[in-house]
Write a protein that binds this ligand. Structure first.
Ligand SMILES: [Zn+2]
Length: 193
């Protein structure tokens, strides 16, 4: 089943419409979520590593990916991130998967959905992949849903049944709410600094 979130505008407020949300409402696996700022470092390190392994200069690498040498340099310095299409191209050319770039247990730092495939990730305004959020939560450079962490917990709980079915778990709403209340506030979007 696929999560489908449609953003609509009511007055000046963006609201979220969610349809058929299933495994994305990660409840059971949430505790294995990779800490977010690790991932941007991982992404730049992985790109550098792949290039070095291939014995390629930044120019060579850039040429293969149809980008400028400066772009490669900025990725490796962690200043910007490649776009999804570029990441897919790197993954095809050098035979690495999304986990190599982001780690195996990345999750959205807003809703805690597991991020497994390139297309799970949001896209930044500059076209680069957003290493923090899923593409349902973060759209066109902004959060798709205005609201509190409590609102997000309730959104996730709407899909508890599907989640349980998908994962062979049997959480009651009360149990799931308790876990989400502990976990979601630790995510980047909700964390009080
Ligand atoms: Zn999300």
């Amino acid at each position: 089943m696929q999560t489908r979130v449609r953003r609509a505008t009511v007055g000046k407020r963006r609201v979220l419409r969610v349809h058929n949300r299933a495994d994305e409402a990660s409840v059971a696996r949430i505790t294995r979520c990779t800490h977010f700022h690790r991932r941007i470092i991982m992404l730049s390190e992985t790109i550098l590593e792949i290039r070095k392994k291939g014995d390629l200069t930044q120019e060579d690498f850039a040429e293969k990916l149809f980008v400028t040498r400066q772009a490669v340099s900025r990725w490796e310095n962690g200043e910007t991130t490649p776009g999804i299409d570029t990441l897919k191209r790197i993954s095809e050319l050098f035979n690495v998967d999304a986990n190599a770039f982001f780690g195996t247990a990345a999750c959205c730092q807003s809703c805690s959905m597991q991020l497994k495939k390139f297309d799970d990730y949001a896209v930044n305004i500059d076209g680069g992949v957003n290493t923090d959020y899923c593409h349902y939560c973060y759209v066109d450079g902004a959060f798709a849903m205005d609201g509190t962490v409590e609102d997000m917990i309730e959104v996730n709980l709407q899909y508890l049944k599907e989640f349980n079915a998908e994962n062979g778990t049997n959480f009651t709403e009360e149990q799931a709410r308790k876990i989400l209340k502990m976990h979601l506030p630790t995510l980047k979007r909700w964390k009080k600094t």
